[in-house]
Design a binder for this molecule. Sequence first.
Ligand code: ZN
Length: 114
Amino acid sequence: MCDSEDEYVKDYKKVLAMFIDAEFTVAIPSNELDDVVSTDKTIIIKHTRSCYCYGDEPLPTLYFTVECENHNELTNKYIIQELIKQNLRMNCNHVYLEGFHNLHDNVYDTVVGS
Ligand SMILES: [Zn+2]
């Protein structure tokens, strides 16, 4: 539970330390990392690069396939670890990964903030 500003900052730093290799900032509270995002075996993560940072020159949307191995579930943590392995980078002002949003079927997009 994060019931004060200090607790919030402490938790945020703890999460950052867990994903030290990420080329983006995980802004998901530690108590939500084990939340199951999907019960599917394979999901597609869509990362659009058409925010205002890119002005009139948006970059192509990136797609990452995340597969669930037998003993694993597609939790926030597992998906983030896969995205790090697959070299997801956030090169604009929107570097804060806040979660995954179900678009349709097994397709999710990244929820990002600045
Ligand atoms: Zn941006």
